[in-house]
Write a protein of this length. Structure first.
Length: 282
């Protein structure tokens, strides 16, 4: 595995590797790698001759400096995991190497960026688009892998690719969960034991909505999930919304929730966790 910190060096390496007729798969991450990331990497390795994984904690996508400072960083362990994953190139850029100017990448999202995470984390998606656009420009992958865990991000990046007509296929990957159901997240590393035990209520509540209440109205399902989560003393829901899974248009209260997407952000102590589930019958 090549470890590379410089974007020009990376461009050169990839030019040479492409001459050997390799497709390039790319998995952007912020590190503190877990099985969710590893599943994306495994998929890229199985579908491409070359897999590039970036680890870059992008300050521009954090709307709170405390969250950026406390974001888990476990580079030595990450590199060990990558060594055995089939990853060919680990890209570990410095800030200046990615952002050599202040230009904001402007995309017309038609409201996709102003709901849910966009509403509650102002500037977050601008930061995501600014970094992913630049990483795509450096790496020019054939395929790029994104988890449905960050469902809105996946749609935002797909829209960005469409907007600029980039020749990159965006591959959505299913959410990987702990045995008890909690969605894997780097931020889970910040939960203490008792918070971790209670965080599972988030996935329990959304699975209950899917399995028992999907034929209820949107309002009822939201109420049931909200109550179940907020009754727990360690959990404070920030939002629970039910949306069209393609457009993320918020659904109105009297519609049936079935086949819609439920998305939530919940504070567990000081740690903000997100999760989502399609309210279908599968
Ligand atoms: P992050 O390092 O949190 O920016 O995540 C990097 C990529 O891994 C993103 O595309 C995430 O959606 C994806 N990812 C993170 N957690 C999971 C998970 N539990 N299951 C599937 N994909 C995930």
């Amino acid at each position: 595995m090549i470890i590379c910190k410089d974007s020009n060096y990376l461009r050169n390496i990839l030019r040479k590797l492409r001459e050997l007729n390799n497709d390039v798969g790319f998995v952007p991450t912020m590190g503190a790698l877990h099985q969710g990331h590893m599943t994306l990497i495994e998929k890229s390795v199985s579908e491409n001759g070359i897999t590039v994984v970036s680890i870059f904690v992008n300050p521009r996508q954090f709307n709170q400096s405390e969250d950026f400072e406390n974001y888990p960083r476990t580079l030595d362990e990450d590199l060990k995991l990558l060594q055995y994953s089939g990853c060919d190139v680990a890209f570990l850029p410095e800030y200046e190497n990615v952002f050599n100017d202040d230009t904001k990448i402007e995309v017309e999202f038609n409201g996709l960026d102003s709901v849910l995470e966009g509403e509650h984390r102002p500037g977050h998606f601008q930061g995501v688009v600014d970094v992913v656009y630049r990483l795509f420009d450096i790496i020019t992958p054939d395929k790029a892998y994104f988890g449905k865990k960050d469902y809105q991000q996946l749609l935002i990046i797909s829209k960005m690719v469409e907007f600029f007509n980039l020749p990159i296929e965006i591959i959505p990957c299913s959410i990987v969960r702990e045995k008890d159901g909690l969605a894997l997240s780097s931020r889970n590393k910040r939960l203490n034991k008792v918070e971790r035990e209670n965080a599972v209520i988030i996935s329990k509540a959304i699975f209950l909505a899917k399995n028992e209440y999907r034929n209820e109205t949107v309002n009822n399902v939201k109420k049931i999930v909200w109550n179940m989560i907020s009754e727990n003393q360690y959990l404070t829901p920030e939002y629970i919304e039910i949306c069209d899974p393609k457009t993320l248009k918020l659904c109105s209260g009297n519609e049936e929730a079935v086949n819609k997407l439920l998305l939530t952000a919940v504070y567990c102590g000081k740690v903000r966790l997100i999760d989502n589930i399609l309210l279908d019958s599968n």
